[in-house]
Design a protein around this ligand. Sequence first.
Ligand code: COA
Ligand code: ZN
Length: 326
Amino acid sequence: MNAPWDGAGRRIHMQEVGPRDGLQAQCVFVPTAQKIALVDALSRTGVAKIEVSAFVSPAAIPALADAAVVMRGIERVPGVVYTALAPNLRGAERAIEARTDELNLVMSASASHNLANLRMTRERSFAALSAVSALARQAARGVNVSLSCAFGCPMEGEVPAAGVLDWCGRFIEELGARGVTLCDTTGMAHPGQVVGLVRAFRRRWPVAELTLHFHNTRGMGLANVLAAIDAGADRFDASLGGIGGCPYAPGATGNVCSEDIVHALELMGFRTGVDLALLLAAARRLPALLGQDIPGQLVKAGRRLDLHPLPPSLTDTAQRASACGL
Ligand code: COA
Ligand code: ZN
């Protein structure tokens, strides 16, 4: 395999989670029409998958109480998979009714975070996920399982890789999940750990759809993406503007930023299939939509070769120097 900084045209699938992970903890309620416009704009960028919303209890996540209206209101671009988080049977029924392509089931690798986020033990969660998978199968919808805190738990610390792999095995072999997402819910992952887990996963399940979901909480997001690619991963969640974070995980902050990651990967020779100009245009609208600054870097700095004019006070001097051939 090539070094991780030599993409050599390798395809990387970008999955946008801004409308779900990004909006779930926002203080402002983004109006439904604006959410639909955001998803429609993202659909045209070339991303492989969009997590449109979460069919969760509106009391738990008020910001996404309009999931069904959003899912029904978006324009479906062929080739894009429209997924949504569904934590239980009630959520799955609502998601299926709203014509969601794929259900993203969720539980946590750590007992404490599972309790804080889903209010049940992991075994109870797994039993609930079995029922949801059966329903999804009946309705001919895909199933992905997101495993939160796969790289560490803010309440328990280290989460052993062996346990994470055991859960992955149960999702793939017992539930028949098409894919598994390893979530670094509070940015505790580091490159060596990522390489170990991705390699071990790939050895056991060479063809299962594996997604890495990193948060940039400790500034290691891009390093972790590159480490994962080096270990054989090719599918990443990221959120527009780098917004996001689980409201039930202490210290959680935004996901890796979609436009920053696409910019970096394309410079390195990977092929994301994403139109960066369209992605940036969508990201530039976020601060006004959310009423606050966003963590993404590219929106502020521009692309690497976006040029800026010389300050006006120096323009005359520069023109004179150029006329004199200096
Ligand atoms: N959609 C809509 N309403 C739901 C629902 C769903 N998927 N799941 C539960 N509810 C409603 C119930 O109808 C009930 O409403 P009522 O009080 O009006 O009767 C209420 O929520 C409580 O239901 P209960 O079954 O007791 O669930 P709970 O309160 O233990 O909630 C979860 C469990 C996991 C469903 C809920 O905490 C939740 O949705 N959490 C969100 C998790 C999340 O998205 N975290 C961030 C991303 S990982
Ligand atoms: Zn997340």
